[in-house]
Write a protein that binds this ligand. Structure first.
Ligand SMILES: NC(=O)C1=CN([C@@H]2O[C@H](COP(=O)(O)OP(=O)(O)OC[C@H]3O[C@@H](n4cnc5c(N)ncnc54)[C@H](OP(=O)(O)O)[C@@H]3O)[C@@H](O)[C@H]2O)C=CC1
Ligand SMILES: N[C@@H](CC=O)C(=O)O
Length: 403
């Protein structure tokens, strides 16, 4: 059997995981792909003289680009540039590309999917959402019979790990983040995790695949977890909720999409509330299937490598007939005004003397939290809630996820 030669761009957390999986499971992967898969080149800024495959490292991308033996390029560099430029060049050179880089997919996915189609190649990115969880392929293949109406999920392993460690072990935010970094869950710049940017990229990718058109990250209202306090998480626990950073996208009429990334209070009756540690959970609603949930490790070296290598196998196995996705570049903002959505809200305000006024304005019953007052409002349009809440200078606001 003649082997298939591929190139790896990046030998960091994910890249080294890809090498480990391809080496360890070499024979079974060959059987599944129909051909042995060999990594001919690895592009990285650093040298790794201690590794048994140190002789495959190169510094010049053109070596890969100009080698006709390379049929698949695996981009696990991270960042927009040069990752996007290398991807485009590889597709134009008639090579397929696999990536875990959600920044490139969320920003340029429509362009690259369509370029791959024109070139008769594949651009696959299973690892870009949910780490090792199969979610991209199920969305555009297994659930293809459905009109998908909503996707809601815990999409970032680092923040879920931080929230779990804070709520279950009483760890401070900085210590919990340091642990997530030490376990290689966090982005190189962890502000992308804790400010919700990474989850935003992922909900844009899922929404684009579910609804067929590009949703741009800059149009999605995004909040991270840095403003949460122990007062808020303790209140949540005491009232039967977990606090989770969610990405939510809902199909609306006339092609519009509601999309938001923010912390939510999730009732313990909802399966997402039990998704802990680095795990991700993604709920999808379809008109034929109803609710379906995807669950697994959302970050980390081997889970992510598992998804990357599966894409490589898929390409090698189907090299005579590349699979195509539907992803149009709308070129316009399809995201609706997020303040038109209705929620119940958790609200925490300073001072114990405004109880009556708060309950009259928002409904619900105030509790004392530290020296503050907190309540969960009746369902309100977000715009109405915000204008009413402004008069109380809120210290904490969290949406409640209801059915
Ligand atoms: N870590 C995880 O759990 C997951 C990560 N991802 C995504 O996968 C991608 C890779 O992540 P990860 O492996 O964690 O990142 P790392 O930073 O660990 O690895 C990236 C590697 O690429 C090298 N590199 C960066 N730029 C260049 C360049 N221009 N030329 C050559 N080499 C370069 C880096 O070298 P150097 O270190 O010297 O800069 C590093 O070795 C990112 O897009 C990330 O968001 C997706 C899912 C999960
Ligand atoms: N930093 C990301 C890595 C995977 O996408 C996360 O924590 O989810």
């Amino acid at each position: 059997m003649q082997d298939r030669k591929i190139a790896l761009l990046g030998h960091g957390v994910v890249g080294s995981g890809v090498m480990e999986v391809l080496t360890k499971n070499h024979d079974s992967i060959a059987k599944k792909a129909g051909f042995p898969i060999e990594v001919k080149y690895i592009l990285d800024l650093r040298d790794f003289p201690e590794l048994p495959y140190h002789d495959r490292f190169v510094k010049d991308f053109n070596v890969i680009l100009n080698d006709p033996e390379i049929s698949v390029v695996v981009e696990v560099l991270g960042g927009l540039h040069p990752a996007y430029d290398f991807t485009k060049a590889a597709l134009l050179a008639g090579k397929s590309v696999v990536t875990s880089n959600k920044e490139v997919v969320a920003t340029c996915g429509a362009e690259l999917v369509n370029l791959a189609r024109q070139q008769g190649q594949s651009y696959l990115f299973e690892a870009s959402v949910g780490g090792g969880i199969p979610i991209i392929r199920p969305l555009h293949q297994c659930l293809a019979a459905n009109q998908l109406d909503e996707i809601c999920g815990i999409l970032n392993g680092t923040t879920n790990y931080i929230l779990t460690r804070m709520m279950k072990a009483g760890l401070g935010f900085d210590d919990a983040l340091a642990e997530a970094q030490q376990k290689s869950y966090a982005e190189r710049d962890p502000s992308a995790d804790i400010e919700g940017v990474d989850a935003c990229r992922k909900i844009c990718i899922l929404a684009a695949l579910a609804f067929g058109r590009h949703i741009y990250p800059q149009h999605v209202h995004t909040e991270g977890i840095t403003k949460l306090t122990l007062a808020d998480t303790n209140y949540a626990e005491e009232h039967g909720y977990a606090v989770k950073l969610l990405g939510r996208a809902v199909r609306q009429g006339d092609g519009a999409v509601y999309a938001v990334v923010a912390p939510f209070l999730v009732s313990h009756d909802n399966p997402l509330s039990n998704v802990e540690d680095v795990f991700n959970g993604i709920l999808v609603k379809g008109d034929a299937i109803g609710d379906v949930m995807f669950y697994g490790r959302g970050a980390g070296k081997l889970p992510t490598a598992s998804a990357v290598v599966a894409d490589v196998i898929d390409i090698v196995k189907n090299e005579a007939h590349h699979k195509q996705m539907l992803w149009e570049d709308s070129g316009e903002n399809l995201v609706s005004d997020y303040t038109a959505m209705t929620y119940r809200f958790y609200l925490r305000v300073q001072g114990a003397d405004r109880r009556e006024e708060l309950e009259r304005t928002f409904g619900g019953e105030c509790d004392t939290v530290g020296g503050d007052l907190a309540l969960i409002t009746r369902p309100m349009r977000e715009a109405d809630f915000r204008s009413a809440a402004a008069a109380f200078s809120p210290l904490g606001v969290i949406r409640v996820l209801d059915d």
